[in-house]
Design a binder for this molecule. Structure first.
Ligand code: NAD
Ligand code: UDP
Length: 334
């Protein structure tokens, strides 16, 4: 830029340097985009285990955006004002692939990012999860419910890793007075989900678009509550911007609950697919029901989801039609 090009009106005096770990993933890429949109400088740190550069393709030319390949289980020395800690595989298929690495990412990653935040005096937000509640015995789940989690099952690397991360966040808060924010994220879906990540929304849409059988695990009566990604990102940013005494944990999710069979019916209807439903065994420790109580988010953040499931599914189906299915066709695989 020439000195003559400098326009003081271009300066955003509220701009911050923001670190997003896991920034190349599904949620992280939308968060990076939203923060850039607000005028911040964004440093995306990712080891690309499940993240993809393609998720960032519209951001790479932005001079306020930087990508660093780094594994958060190793210390990181950068200078930032805020940290969103999202690095961790989130789909059961991916987090069970290398469970030891999943626990390390959740726990060592949290220790490293909290250490960084402590050195910098930076605000830090943890992407925690509804899996904190395990297979819940109260319904809907409120933040004071301590959960019903198997410590030695196939989902434990993720559930217990995330629970330990929450412990670390609150110990840094109490012991070091660190400004922390803990969001318990419920099932979220939307564009940039990995087509092969095995999560139910991506599985069902890909199966429906390819005319393959829709795989219902168990009898499909288990429930989930699905939040569209734009709503979730709005909630994360509102939480980060909330006053210091709002630490969380705070549930972020859409309280509209439905069974997995109802979700399959919606996907078939919206894609116009002729796919049949097939039953597969229910995975071990698969929670039977899940619905967030979002009273705390409504009261403390003024946040509630705005996107109806039908609209969110249409947007997600459109995304997979434009990207995943086209890519497979181009490769001659369908
Ligand atoms: P994702 O798998 O798309 O993104 C995770 C990102 O973290 C990926 O880009 C991956 O490459 C990166 N990563 C993994 N291990 C890493 C490591 N050791 N070092 C650096 N980067 C690493 O998943 P997502 O759905 O975007 O989830 C993001 C966060 O939100 C996760 O922490 C997850 O636990 C949490 N969360 C997501 C949901 C959901 O429904 N999407 C629900 C609850 C919680
Ligand atoms: N599920 C299913 N068919 C699939 C993938 C998932 O019936 O092809 C079910 C799964 O057993 C679970 C629900 O859908 O009950 C949500 O699964 P997902 O892996 O998306 O998320 P999580 O179990 O972590 O909530």
């Amino acid at each position: 830029m020439n000195a003559s090009d400098f326009d003081p009106n271009d300066m955003n005096l509220n701009a911050k340097r923001v670190l997003v770990t896991g920034g190349a993933g599904f949620l992280g890429s939308h968060l990076c985009a939203a923060l850039l949109e607000q005028g911040h400088e964004v440093l995306c740190v990712d080891n690309f285990f499940t993240g993809r550069r393609g998720n960032l393709r519209y951001l790479l030319n932005n001079p306020r955006f930087e990508v660093m390949r780094h594994d958060v289980t190793f210390p990181l020395y950068v200078e930032v004002d805020e940290i969103y800690n999202l690095a961790c595989p989130a789909s059961p298929f991916h987090y069970q692939h290398d469970p030891v690495q999943t626990t390390k990412t959740a726990v060592h990653g949290a220790i490293n990012m909290l250490g960084l935040a402590k050195r910098l005096g930076a605000r830090i937000l943890q992407a925690s999860t509804s899996e904190i509640y395990g297979d819940p015995q109260i319904h809907p789940q409120t933040e004071d419910y301590v959960g019903h989690v198997n410590p030695i099952g196939p989902r434990s690397c993720y559930d217990e890793g995330k629970r330990c991360a929450e412990t670390l966040f609150f110990d840094y808060y109490r012991q070091h007075n660190l400004p922390i924010k803990v969001a318990r994220i419920f099932n979220t879906y939307g564009p940039h989900m990995h087509p092969d990540d095995g999560r139910v929304v991506s599985n069902f849409i890909m199966q429906a678009l390819n005319g393959d059988p829709i795989t219902i695990y168990g009898d499909g009566s288990q429930t989930r509550s699905f939040c569209f990604v734009s709503d979730l990102i709005d909630g994360l940013i509102k939480l980060m911007e909330s006053p210091d005494d709002v630490t969380g944990p705070i549930n972020l999710g859409n309280p509209v609950e439905l069974s997995i069979r109802e979700l399959a019916d919606s996907v078939i209807r919206l894609t116009g697919s002729k796919s049949e439903l097939v039953q597969r065994p229910l995975p071990q420790d698969d929670p039977i029901q899940r619905q967030p109580d979002i009273t705390r988010a409504r009261e403390q953040l003024g946040w509630s989801p705005q996107v109806a499931l039908e609209d969110g599914l249409k947007a997600t189906i459109g995304y997979f039609q434009r990207t995943a299915v086209t890519a497979e066709k181009a490769a001659g695989q369908v």
